[in-house]
Design a protein around this ligand. Sequence first.
Ligand SMILES: [Fe+2]
Ligand SMILES: [Fe+2]
Length: 372
Amino acid sequence: MTDHSELIGRADVNDLEAILAITNTDVDEVAHTVRAEADAMFTWDYERSRPALGKLYEKAKTSQWNANDLPWDIEVDQEKVAEENQNQNGFNRQGDYADTPFEKWGDKEWIRFGVESQNWTLSQFMHGEQGALICTAQIVETVPWVDAKYYAATQVMDEARHVEVFARYLDTKLSGHYPINAHLEMLLDDIIADSRWDMTYLGMQVMVEGLALAAFGFMHQMTEEPLLKQLLRYVMSDEARHVAFGVLSLEEIYRDMTAAELREREDFVIEAAHLMRDRLLMREVWERLGYDADVWIKWAIETPFMQGFRQLLFAKIVPNLKRLGLLTPRVRAAFAEMGVLHFEDNPDSTLDEGLTVPPALLAMFGNLAVST
Ligand SMILES: [Fe+2]
Ligand SMILES: [Fe+2]
């Protein structure tokens, strides 16, 4: 067994104290600065020598959409949506919650929890999208290939639109924002600060966007709210291209890397995977609702329902890393411990448009929900 405890800062992957130690320190900050050290690179080689990236660029140009074209006049009853979502995903009043933090909850508590979870989730989507906007603008500067600069420029526009739609949905249809989650912020800061251009891709296009694609797919499948459903469908059609952009770009350079260089990428994957997994605990929701967040997080880490949900979000990341040759023995050991290695045989994002959650994954989720 390969030891990665140093990388993730704890010996036990489920060490509650270590997970809880990372919290937002300044929830009122209005701006956040990260020092980026990467070199901006001109290329004088304008030859279009990467046809796969060229094809993606053409597709991006004809797939642009306008946020104003979404049906914003639809009225959203957030409490009703919260209840419908809970009925869809099986984590609702009907479950048996003896000896859990929800044992005494009535309709009011379930609805409040549903509403705040949605505010939190959409807020994190919005912050993550801004991370993608900044990272992709950085790729325009740092990537040495002209085809990749062209494509990345289209992604910058896509990401601006994604921030725009999530911010607008939060402001006009939901009932409150949350600051960025501490684990997500740490991960985005690490990605932006890294001076190696492939690390921007690996962190953003492969890890963060891979997780986002699975999360959007899940929410798209679950929600009956027509505006959000359409919004997510549009965003996902862009995201599938973004993940493919990362995989197509990286496979070219990872083929020729030395063992020492690849080891640094493995380290990064292991660390990022843990940060993403830990952020899905919604600590901030519990604090806002006035409950003891530690009690909830302990439940969230241990219960099969939540474990299954967090594993599901790695469904796109694992096959993409495999295609990149990064599913090495050390990464495999870390993923086996997290219970996500079985996704390795899913299609990678150059083959799969990623617009739906595979039925087998949904079935897995359904079974877990029932057995809570
Ligand atoms: Fe995006
Ligand atoms: Fe994206």
